[in-house]
Design a protein around this ligand. Sequence first.
Ligand code: XMP
Length: 598
Amino acid sequence: MKKVVVVDFGGQYTHLISNRIRTLGVFSEVVSPETFDPLSEKNLVGIIFSGGPHSVLETGHPCINFDLHNCPVPILGLCYGHQLLAQLSGGKVETGGKREYGSAEINITEKSRLFDGLGKSQSVWMSHGDHVSELPAGFRITASSPSLSIAAFESDSGKFFGVQFHPEVSHTPNGLKMLDRFLSICTQTREWTTEARRRQIVEKTKHEAMNRNLLLFLSGGVDSLVALAVCIEAVGKERVFSIHVDTGLMREGESEEIVRHISSLGYSNIELADACNLFLGRLAGIYDPEKKREIIGKTFVDVLNEKIAKYSSGTDWMLVQGTIYPDRIESGGSKSSAKIKTHHNRVPEIEKLIAQGRVLEPLCDLYKDEIRELGRELNLPEKLLQRHPFPGPGLGIRILASASSEAEDGYISEEPELDEICKTFSFKSRILPVKSVGVQGDGRTFLHPAALWCEDSNEFSWQKLGDCAVKIVNSLKTVNRVVFSPFARLDTVRLKASDVNQSRADLLRKVDQLVRSMTEDMSEIWQLPVISLPAVDENNNWIFVIRPVTSTNAMTADFFKMPQNRLREILREAIKIPGVGKILYDITSKPPATIEWE
Ligand code: XMP
């Protein structure tokens, strides 16, 4: 089968590129730059250089191990790949001055095979610090943006293409068409189909399982559900055993609902294990987000170890995980990629089982949209496939903790540059004393959010808020996320020492349940985390954040622009819950902020 290879320079979207190529009907694989040699590849029709967290100006930056000029197939460079291609061909790359994260407009400046027929002006997704400042000889500019004169290039030879932005993410609306144009330059054949993918995954699962029993921890989310369906299809339901662990960090009534749903599909090898006290006990006094994830992951394994004896007596076994591409890549899955967060299915105990060949991950090469598609092919009910994703560590990563009520040294709530920007949009602003995770230029950030509110108006414009948020994150190196308080000022919000505990989990469950029930009809919302901050208002009532996002695959996301009347109703109801103070609305895209706060 003809294939396009994606050379992985550690970008967060590397696997997404490969996934997009497959969606367009051409088989694609991700390869490492150290070992890839195009001359020894069979059926190779094209190469894509991925983005990455490094700079081509650093010594020892990731580079290819072959001679560009002997390469027999076309090459497309994206972001870091675009800069590397320019540098290796004799162009110049510069750093600083033109950082851009999020949406930008480019103008097609010259006839280009990549942008053929797409229109003069294109919205694209940028996430970079460096940029190409001088083209190699024999190359020409094909697109510019207001802040970048070389946003895209092509070589006169018709062999090399570079774009500073990310055509692979859904936030570049015509990105797929651009990749499609590149594929048409590479090959006339499209032979990789959904059916081919399903067959491959089921066969691979059968092959890896051999005659072993399969144990699956069922969170109730789409991933573990589809993983279960794949396993049943591959080895039959008698050999597949599921355990749902109630961690005390589930949403209201969710554990019982999961068992009910699964049983209604005619599958009965499922056990509900109550481990609430164990999880909450181990999380007491833990404040670091990464530590929390590690503990939750380890506790899952401890519960698993207890259960294994029961399910494996007299037989050999394997653990099935519903790990998907984003989980893998954001845990620092490739050599050059930065670690954004440790997903609970990549903690050391699981790594040990992986090394022993005891872990089966049928979905580890797929994205959320493909997983839903696969679920459909396996006849799972649409209602289950459309459930919002819910992270394995559950509310454990949505209850932020703080060891102290004093903000750390160096924190200041006022920031003149922030005030300056917000003044032009007529918002009041401050920096919040809590911190959250972000992903910028393919690296992890852990920074304070900026918070905005209006002093004198009950009406606001989402467009204006979104523009303001982009401006803030692009200008302030100390901020990776922006929240908005629609109807309440925030100058009295202060940090409060608190960990993950039963009473905070119970309160979060109530707010989460309320928000969920009041947004059920909004099908555009892809996921809606509700986050409990270790912060209170002037009445000592807790601060919460709601983060409705639109997305297709979790690699990028936009904040959802909720109708204002509905938002007003939600907030009015939420603050009636005893203990609830203010509710903030997250208005940041991903990147720069991740969907979850931790
Ligand atoms: P972020 O916050 O990284 O999340 O933008 C991307 C998607 O992954 C989910 N998520 C997790 N899922 N274990 C999981 O199974 C985890 O540790 C984890 N952390 C984040 C998140 O809810 C979103 O859908």
